[in-house]
Ligand binder design. Structure first.
Ligand code: FE2
Length: 209
């Protein structure tokens, strides 16, 4: 990519339209790196064992394998694959981290299931920890409640079996490529307004600011 000949600006307030357009090219090319970064994050789950029968990569692969074998859609299989990827940063808020990583590319229902999966897990062990095991009740009226139940109770819950015929990461890489190569959805407040709108337009490279 050719260099920028004009004034780059040393603060965002100094950015010219031409410079913003130049930067936007980098932002758009950066999106090409996302599928590979997701796979890298998944590999970072492998050293995380925490006393369990399988490491967190194996658990994620097994959750996705179970979802695929149950006939889940592509988005739900990928959700199963990445639902714990937030643990590469922190176990405490890992559902929110994973959901936000996936949100621009994965379906809304898949992101919702990722974001609430910890609440649904509670029925299986929270009672032993003195935590309300029925946290899932908070979502009882949600239209995707039954999907989250199936996701957690049938797939995530059982994905700690070292003897299960889990499919390898390589099997899922094409799915990651397909999903995370989609056109990224921006939040509406970062979507440029139409030419007829009276609202001011957002900067083209707001994504990278
Ligand atoms: Fe999990």
């Amino acid at each position: 990519m050719a260099g920028f000949e004009g004034q780059k600006g040393r603060s965002m307030g100094e950015f010219s339209p031409d410079y913003l357009s130049y930067l936007d090219g980098f932002v758009r090319r950066d999106l090409d790196e996302v599928p590979g970064r997701v796979v890298t994050q998944l590999r970072l789950l492998e050293p995380i064992v925490e006393g369990m029968e399988v490491n967190q990569l194996e658990h994620s692969l097994q959750t996705a394998t179970r979802a695929e074998r149950a006939g889940a859609t592509l988005d739900i299989v990928v959700a199963a694959l990445v639902h714990d990827v937030g643990k590469t940063i922190s176990n405490e808020n890992h559902p929110a981290i994973a959901a936000e990583i996936a949100r621009p590319w994965l379906s809304e229902e898949a992101c919702w299931v990722i974001s609430v999966h910890q609440d649904f897990q509670g029925i299986h062990y929270f009672g032993l920890m003195g935590i309300d095991p029925m946290l899932r009740r908070r979502h009882a009226s949600h239209p995707w409640y039954e999907l989250a139940e199936r996701f957690v109770d049938d797939w995530d819950n059982h994905a700690f079996d070292p003897d299960y015929a889990t499919l390898p990461l390589e099997h899922f890489v094409p799915m990651v490529d397909e999903v995370f190569s989609r056109t990224a959805r921006r939040p509406p407040w970062l979507t440029p307004c139409s030419a007829t709108s009276s609202e001011p337009a957002s900067p083209a490279s707001a994504r990278g600011s």
